[in-house]
Design a protein around this ligand. Structure first.
Ligand SMILES: CC(C)(COP(=O)(O)OP(=O)(O)OC[C@H]1O[C@@H](n2cnc3c(N)ncnc32)[C@H](O)[C@@H]1OP(=O)(O)O)[C@@H](O)C(=O)NCCC(=O)NCCS
Length: 174
């Protein structure tokens, strides 16, 4: 257990671990609380976990899941539609995609997300780039990890994610 002095007192960051099927209730509860305007079904989380377990991690708290992240490979600039099932991962996937990440308010500001990112970007190293859809004005947060807004035309794909959705990409190599 790592302890970080956040200025407001020592905060426990804990260790991220691989997500299991019996974590899904806790993951769904945190997802619903974190993304009330972008709901996704249990089936979406369960499918991503089944298709790409190494990209799915959780952070345990005293009373359940206090963080999760879901990621998997995609074809470049082809993020899944909101709420869509993939059925399978593309055999010609050429971009790593961070589908979602959330940390419970009680655990924010202590480096938990940064710790999850270090783990996910380790998996992403097999691909030239990593991408994600930034929402809720998180461009500043993601830019800390090397993501920049793409110049690619993505408006139609981003529309369901809301007016502030921005597709961001980071090079994994070089
Ligand atoms: C965004 C989120 C995952 C960050 O989690 P966190 O555990 O608080 O993040 P960390 O403590 O690891 O922060 C890492 C760095 O980013 C900074 N940061 C955190 N949130 C930020 C934000 N919204 N904008 C800019 N910088 C931010 C931190 O200050 C920290 O900087 P430092 O290394 O200089 O101290 C969390 O606020 C969250 O779950 N929000 C709701 C869901 C969400 O927005 N998910 C992403 C949708 S695309």
């Amino acid at each position: 257990m790592a302890i970080i002095n956040s200025g407001a007192g020592a905060v426990e960051t804990g260790e991220w671990r691989a997500m299991r099927a019996d974590d899904l209730d806790g993951v769904l509860a945190l997802a619903d609380a974190s993304h009330p305007d972008l709901p996704e079904s249990r089936e979406v989380f369960a499918e991503r976990l089944a298709l790409y377990p190494r990209g799915c991690v959780v952070l345990d708290g005293d009373k359940g899941i206090v963080g999760y992240a879901v990621s998997h490979p995609i074809r470049r600039f082809e993020p899944p539609a909101l709420g869509a099932l993939l059925r399978s991962l593309p055999a010609d996937a050429d971009q790593f995609y961070i589908h979602d990440m959330a940390v419970a308010p009680s655990r924010r500001g202590a480096g938990a997300a940064a710790s999850a990112m270090a783990r996910l970007l380790g998996h992403a190293a097999d691909f030239d780039t990593t991408a994600l859809i930034s929402v809720y004005g998180t461009v500043g947060f993601w830019s800390r990890f090397g993501f920049v807004p793409t110049s690619e035309e993505m408006a139609a794909k981003l529309r369901p994610y809301g007016v502030d959705a921005i597709y961001m990409v980071r090079p994994n190599r070089g």
